[in-house]
Structure formats: C-alpha cells, structure tokens
Design a protein around this ligand. Structure first.
Ligand code: V47
Length: 352
C-alpha cells in the first residue's frame, strides 16, 4: 500500500510518513533519489557565501546552544557595524554572492544595531544578497522593542534584507520545544512570521533540529506543519534538517543519531515535503562525508563555502573556517555529482 503510493509519488498522510522509518534504508533511498533525479538530474547546488554571527550575547536560554556567551563558553562579543562591513568586504574578495547574518538575541545593542547594518551593506554592495534575521530574532526584536512582526518585516524590507534564513524552527512539538528552548519564539509564531514574510513577496528557508530528545513522530509532525504552510504560501525555497551537535551545551544527550537514521531522515524529508523544491544537506552539521552520501538520499544542495561559522562549531562541528571553493567543488565532483553554483534564490550561475 505505502509502496504503491511511493511508486505513484502520491502525497503521504502523517501515519504513512511515519511508517517510512520502518522501510530499509535502500528502499527509502531509491524513492527519494528518484524524485531528486527527476527534478535535478545529478546537479548539486551550492553557493559562495559568508556567514557572519555578529553577537553571541543572548537573552534566551536554549539548552542545545553552545554559541551563546551565557553557556559553557563565556566569551561575550558584539561586532561593530564597521567590523561587520570589513568582514563583508574581505569576503567579497572571495567572490561571495550572499552574506548570511544571524545573531543571538542581544538586549543591549538597540534595534538600530540589528537593522541599520543591512542598509549599510546594501548601500555599499547593492548586488550582494542579504539573507538575515531568523524568525527567532524577529520575535525577539518585536517583543524587546514593542513592534509588531509586520513592522519589523517592513523595516527589514526597507533596509534591503533579501531573504530569511530557516533558523529557530528547532522542533515544532510544543512539549519538546519547552524542554529545549522554552521562552523563545513559539512554533506557531515561527510559522506566522514566515507566512508574513512570504505574503510580502519574499522567500525563506526552513530548518529542523534533530537527533537530540525528539522522537520520529516529532520530526514528521514538524514536516507536516511546514508542508501545510507551504501549500498556502509557496515561499520556502529549501528544507534543511540540522543534525544536533552535542558539545559544550546543557542538553544532556550522549549519543549522536546513527548515519542510517540521518540518511533516512533526509530521504523521508524529500518524499514528504513534496512542495518544497530544495533539500539542503548542511555539511556543517551532517559532516561533509554524510552530506555527500545524502546526495543519493534526496539532497540536491550542500549550502556553501561559509568561510566562517560560529554556531555549530561551538557545539563541536568541524566548520569554524568553512571550506575553500576548490575543495568544495572537488568533493562534489569526486562523489559523482555535478557542482552547480546557484544564487540565494536558486537561479543557476555556473556549472563546474
Ligand atoms: O536555529 C544551534 C542550530 C541554527 C546547535 O537558512 C544547532 O540557509 C546543531 O538555521 N547543533 C542556525 N545545530 C543555523 C541555521 C542555518 C544554517 C545554514 C543555512 C541556513 C539557511 C540556516 O543552528 C539554529 C539552531 O537550530 N543550532 N545549536 C547545535 N548544538
């Protein structure tokens, strides 16, 4: 029955999607890979980007986070706008097309520190795509400065933010959410903010943090909530399952999910999220080796060169300095796929 539906690429219910985990990895991979091939052939997308995390001082207390300065790693910092602009200028020498700016929820900087920097970047480099402010940051700014989500979004548009990253989604199930990141943006608020952004004619991504205390049921529920919103808005470009990194934080998880469980989750995401075009294996959290394998389990995007990364590397990921372009292209080619540089909204720029 479920195999018939998979053969016919019919939409799955929650119960059917959950049953996918009971299939063996190769059967799942076969179906996920078929969908991937029909849409993208053997192309794998990536972009040349620079991540900037301008402050690690945070009002919130997410148990999984090793980046916040209130965690086990007390090295508080806040970059000035000049330092952020210098980082962008330096990165442009390496031909970045996108700057991806995500901060902690710092109550000391003032609203303008968060928003004005985008205007400055846009003025100096109008061609550079600014992907910035997660729904969690928007919720923080809205409550901290007593503005509606619409007002914050309006300011983002005025300052030249082009798209929103997918962070802050974590796991939508309210019970798990309360344990891992109680107090921050709720699931419904996260979805509402993305909906408003999409209604403003803009695009965004969606993440899911998995491999900690959540169940398989919670993951499928997370995907279902995203699928429902995407039916309505069509605003999500990519789904990004983030593998939980367990070092230097306060969530007591001793085991990583197995490679099999991670690949199954990628394949299931590809099958269940039939309305989100791109599935990103963010090599930072899956490791580059598993990200390359994920290409055969539905993933068609490996994010990018990153250059510098502070959030996941604080929790144990091997990503602090990103990956040089030549190496990134080479590992994709060596794995039998064609690397295609894309822009931030998935227009193809260059095939290698
Ligand atoms: O939301 C925090 C995650 C996210 C840990 O939109 C952790 O293109 C693993 O969302 N282990 C921020 N993950 C990063 C993010 C992202 C990354 C790349 C591309 C895009 C995109 C978005 O990092 C947070 C949180 O879920 N995170 N701590 C950890 N210990």
């Amino acid at each position: 029955m479920i195999i018939d539906k998979l053969e016919n690429q019919e939409r799955l219910t929650y119960e059917e999607a959950l049953q996918l985990y009971d299939l063996d990895l190769f059967t799942l991979g076969k179906f996920a890979n078929k969908i991937r091939y029909e849409k993208f052939g053997n192309k794998t997308y990536f972009n040349i980007n620079r991540h900037i995390n301008p402050t690690n001082i945070c009002k919130d207390v997410c148990q999984f986070c090793a980046y916040s300065s209130s965690r086990k790693n007390p090295n508080p910092y806040t970059m000035t706008h000049e330092e952020i602009l210098e980082a962008v200028e330096e990165a442009l020498k390496k031909e970045i097309k996108e700057v991806h700016i995500v901060s902690a929820h710092n109550p000391n900087t003032g609203l303008e520190w968060y928003l004005d920097v985008f205007r400055k970047i846009k003025q100096a480099y109008p061609q550079l795509h600014i992907k910035a402010l997660t729904a969690a940051e928007i919720h923080f700014l809205s409550t901290e400065y007593n503005l509606s989500y619409e007002e914050i979004i309006q300011k983002m548009l005025e300052c030249g933010v082009d798209s929103m990253p997918g962070g802050g989604a974590e796991i939508f199930d309210e019970k798990v959410r309360k344990k891992i990141c109680g107090g921050k943006v709720s699931s419904q608020q996260w979805l509402d903010i993305h909906k408003l952004w999409h209604k403003a004619g803009k695009q965004s991504n969606a993440t899911m943090l998995f491999g900690h205390i959540e169940s398989r049921e919670n993951r499928i529920d997370h995907m279902m909530r995203l699928r429902t919103l995407q039916d309505e808005t069509q605003g999500f470009n990519a789904f990004i399952p983030l593998v939980y990194q367990k070092e230097n934080n306060f969530l007591k998880v001793t085991e990583y999910p197995t490679g099999q469980e991670i690949l199954k989750t990628f394949a299931i995401s590809r099958i269940v999220l039939d309305n989100i075009p791109n599935l990103k294996a963010y090599w930072v959290t899956s490791s580059i080796k598993l990200a390359l394998l994920a290409q055969e389990f539905g993933a068609n995007d490996l994010d990018g060169t990153i250059q510098k990364e502070s959030i996941q590397s604080a929790a144990g990921a091997n990503s602090a300095n990103g990956m040089p372009l030549e190496q990134f292209v080479q590992v994709i080619q060596n794995s039998g796929f064609t690397p295609v540089e894309r822009d931030s909204v998935y227009n193809e720029l260059k095939s290698y």
